[in-house]
Design a protein around this ligand. Structure first.
Ligand SMILES: *Cc1c(COP(=O)(O)O)cnc(C)c1O
Length: 396
């Protein structure tokens, strides 16, 4: 089928929840993808930070093939080898001591919220409220969209669950003032706001939140669904700040393209989940977890994390050059290979023009071009993508 044929079927039968670009992508390799008409693109989107290892990575394909020939699914009524091994790997390389597996970022945050509430019920006299921040993004379930600090994701869904409030991001005073001694059980933040426009907090923000949580004896939850799994140049973004959360959520790149989410926690918190307290049929599925293992291995031992640091620097420098050249570029920010270019104007038209010229790039928070390419991307692909972007920007 060609682009048009696929688009026609999508438009007739698929729920109308996305404003899709008029291309159907059918094949990928590394940081390149091809559409159904055979046109090639450089991919600076990577499935919104999902394809950390790029498309068609041999380690991912190998892990899928090996597990597909063995066992695809059994229930969590039984022990699952790749799940046990992946939980151990996540704990070995993070602050966490126990992991709950699920299938998406929203579900991971849902698990974190539920665990925080159970912990509050068990140890903190029934505290339940979760404080989060404006312009955050935590998912689309009823609880996680209520934690999300954006009106547009909530419109039309009243009544929303209670027990959530937001304050400005990167504002310690506001967070401190918002804590209700009687009800607040946890603070939930992204170490870098992804959907909110690649917003990097001040160095002392996460540290300040940690101190605040210690002082008030409440929980600190980091939503690392986007910033985790190597995206910032460290396995988890919190590692840049010398602080540890009590709970962390992962998804997006964890499964290398398969649906896999995780909620990782310190034992003192995790033990509030007892048999029957929470569950997920597909969570920790053998196939997804076997790929998760391959992803971690490739990041840590296969050089992908190192490449992210190097290419992140390279890309950031090149974006800085573009900022000096184009007066309407306001700011370049981010860490590793999650970088944002804030413009004076809406970025929608630029994204469309880039697509036509063979570059997939995403805009978030209206004015911010977001660069979240595969962590395995090389200089040549970066240069080729930037050459397209430069041409498009020069026409503005
Ligand atoms: C994408 C994202 C989510 C939601 O993940 P889904 O898999 O779409 O449910 C949650 N938090 C952050 C920070 C994200 O970037």
């Amino acid at each position: 089928m060609n682009n048009r044929q696929i688009i026609n079927i999508t438009e007739k039968y698929v729920a109308n929840t996305y404003a899709r670009f008029p291309v159907a992508l059918v094949r990928g390799k590394g940081a390149r993808v091809w559409d159904a008409d055979g046109k090639e693109y450089i991919d600076f989107v990577a499935g919104i930070a999902v394809n950390g290892l790029g498309h068609n990575h041999p380690a991912v394909a190998r892990a899928i093939r090996a597990q597909a020939g063995k066992l695809l699914h059994v229930s969590n009524l039984y022990h699952i080898e790749p799940q046990s091994l992946l939980a151990r790997e996540i704990c070995r390389h993070s602050f966490a001591e126990r992991v709950f597996f699920c299938n998406s970022g929203a579900e991971a945050n849902e698990a974190a919220i539920k665990l925080a509430r159970r912990y509050g019920a068990e140890w903190l006299g029934g505290k339940y409220e979760v404080l989060s921040t404006y312009n955050s993004f935590h998912g689309r379930t009823l609880a996680t969209l209520t934690a999300t600090g954006q009106e547009k994701v909530r419109a039309g869904y009243d009544p929303l669950p209670t027990g959530f409030r937001q304050v400005p991001y990167n504002d310690l005073r506001a967070m401190e003032a918002a804590i209700d001694e009687k009800t607040t059980v946890a603070i939930l933040v992204e170490p870098i706001q992804g959907e909110g426009g690649v917003v990097v907090p001040d160095r002392n923000y996460l540290q300040g939140l940690r101190e605040l949580c210690d002082d008030r004896e409440i929980l600190l939850i980091f939503d690392e669904v986007q910033s985790g799994m190597g995206r910032t140049g460290k396995l988890f973004a919190y590692e840049h700040y010398g602080v540890e959360p009590d709970i962390m959520t992962l998804a997006k790149a964890l499964g290398g393209g398969l649906p896999l989410g995780a909620m990782a926690a310190k034992e003192k918190v995790a033990r509030s989940f007892v048999p029957g307290a929470h569950a997920s049929t597909f969570g920790g599925n053998p196939l997804a977890c076997n790929v998760g293992l391959a992803v971690l291995d490739t990041l840590l031992r296969g050089g992908a994390l190192k490449n992210c640091v190097q290419m992140g620097r390279f890309l950031e420098n090149r974006l800085e050059e573009m900022r000096r050249r184009f007066g309407f570029v306001r700011d370049i920010r981010g860490q590793g290979l999650i970088l944002g270019m804030e413009l004076e104007q809406d970025a929608g038209k630029i994204v469309e023009d880039c697509l036509k010229a063979g570059l997939l790039i995403n805009a978030t928070a209206h004015k911010v071009l977001r660069f979240i390419p595969p962590l395995t991307i090389g200089k040549k692909d970066i240069e080729q993508g930037l050459a397209i972007l430069e041409k498009v920007l020069a026409r503005q």
